[in-house]
Design a protein around this ligand. Structure first.
Ligand SMILES: N[C@@H](CCC(=O)N[C@@H](CS)C(=O)NCC(=O)O)C(=O)O
Length: 208
């Protein structure tokens, strides 16, 4: 059955994580740019797909079926992981899978979410709140130094969605980190950065 996938988005961390996961899972997709500056994400056509008016959105088209829509970056990552059994998330229920999900959600809920909250409140004049949220986010991010001290990846021996989640946020706060105190994290960062799928995902929403 004919199938095609469109990833709608913009050059933001949430969109790039989704793109990297699709790239790593070798899922073919086409990018459709959503112009945030001009409010395209608040237009009726986009809201029909993603009622929250946020990016990214994945739309899977199959001949003869209504489109299947995912409107959360983390759901898109899990969808990609499911299509690439064992490569981004251990397939079997068990400790390795539980640990991977633990590290994935630690970054999503305790690092990325407060960082985004800071980004939201700062331009609204809440400097102190923004500083506190950023500090809280970076404090948790720094825990990753221990995770990668004895293993190459965040959840152990294998690359996973936890590394993708951690990579984009680490990239966006890299200038705030005291890298000399984070040698294992620095090594991990340079390994992830060099992955071809990461390079492609980082470029997915760059307008040429
Ligand atoms: N929980 C959503 C959050 C999506 C989100 O906040 N996206 C931001 C860009 S990173 C956005 O669309 N911002 C535009 C706006 O809020 O107007 C996800 O992970 O997909």
């Amino acid at each position: 059955m004919e199938k095609s996938i469109t990833l709608l988005g913009a050059p933001t961390g949430n969109c790039v994580r989704a793109a990297i996961a699709l790239e790593e899972a070798r899922i073919p997709y086409v990018v459709r740019h959503v112009d945030l500056k001009n409010g395209e994400h608040r237009a009726a056509e986009y809201l029909a797909l993603n009622p929250a008016g946020r990016v990214p959105t994945l739309v899977e088209h199959r001949e003869g079926e209504p489109p299947f829509v995912l409107s959360q970056s983390n759901a898109i990552m899990l969808y990609a992981a499911r299509k690439a059994p064992g490569r981004l998330l251990p397939a079997a229920e068990g400790r390795a899978r539980a640990l991977t999900l633990e590290r994935f959600f630690l970054f999503i809920t305790d690092v990325i979410a407060p960082n985004h909250a800071a980004f939201y409140v700062r331009p609204r004049g809440e400097q102190r709140a923004a500083d506190l949220l950023e500090e809280r986010s970076v404090d948790v991010l720094k825990l990753a130094e221990k995770f990668v001290a004895d293993t190459p990846f965040l959840a152990g021996e294998n690359y996973s969605i936890a590394d993708i989640a951690a990579f984009t946020i680490t990239m966006s706060v890299r200038k705030q980190l005291a890298w000399s105190e984070l040698p294992a994290l620095a090594r991990w960062y340079s390994i992830i950065e060099q992955r071809p799928a990461v390079t492609r995902g980082l470029k997915a929403f760059v307008l040429s």
